[in-house]
Design a protein. Structure first.
Length: 237
């Protein structure tokens, strides 16, 4: 498998002291966010990092950890989906997509080995999110996930009443053929700012993507703002 690491973000919701470098280099307990996942990254021989903000700051990391860099020069006006497909011409086999601003147990790798499109979904998410925000904000911020016969039917839509049992982590695996189809679909959409789960949801609805859900019960931290940062900092200390 190949790996695409999406790390073009600026971290505009993090404290100003972190904005002199890419979001993934913000340090938690004197350790960059991205370094917490080195064990996971080491399982891939062919890996690409999509950079954007403060591109040069990531050159040392990429050289040391054998990532090939692809710069999203339009990172200010685009989103993760656009970044992801900048790697299209380099995709020769199945590919794992991973966000650069999350921290997770590397054991998730074992869920990706099945010969299928796979999306790990965190089953312990709610107990962690209650530390991040009030319940009313969880309803607003979390995304609905509908699973039918082990496959994702809908994802990314607002939660109306009942909270889902699982939550999207920012990691998934796509078969090479599916990735090519999704790349063409993205071009046809002509929406460079579409967010990842909305894009995946549209691809599922159009029968362009069929992706299997896998429950993952270990730790997963999403670093979006200062509260997230402080919660993760305390628990990872």
């Amino acid at each position: 498998m190949q790996l695409i690491l999406l790390a073009a973000g600026r971290g505009t919701r993090l404290p100003k002291k972190f904005r002199n470098k890419p979001k993934c280099l913000a340090e938690l307990n004197n350790k960059p966010i991205i370094d917490y996942n080195l064990e996971f990254f080491s399982k891939f021989n062919d890996k690409y990092m999509i950079t954007g903000y403060k591109n040069n700051s990531l050159k040392k990391f990429c050289k040391k950890n054998k990532f090939k860099m692809i710069q999203n020069q339009n990172f200010k006006s685009t989103n993760m989906v656009y970044s992801m497909f900048l790697a299209s011409k380099y995709i020769k086999k199945d590919v794992v997509i991973c966000y650069g601003d999350i921290i997770f147990n590397s054991n998730v790798y074992s869920l990706l080995l099945e010969d299928n499109n796979i999306m790990p979904l965190n089953a312990n998410w709610l107990q962690h999110w209650k530390k991040r925000m009030a319940y009313k904000d969880i309803i607003k911020d979390a995304e609905n996930v509908v699973i039918e016969k082990k496959y994702i039917k809908k994802i990314g839509e607002p939660i109306k009443k009942k909270l889902p049992k699982v939550q999207y982590m920012g990691i998934y695996k796509i078969k090479k053929k599916s990735f090519i189809k999704m790349s063409s679909f993205f071009k046809d959409l002509k929406d460079k700012k579409i967010d990842m789960t909305n894009f995946i949801n549209k691809a599922i609805a159009k029968n362009i993507l069929k992706i299997k859900a896998k429950r993952f019960k270990s730790y997963w931290y999403e670093i979006d703002n200062e509260k997230d940062f402080n919660v993760a900092k305390k628990e990872l200390k």
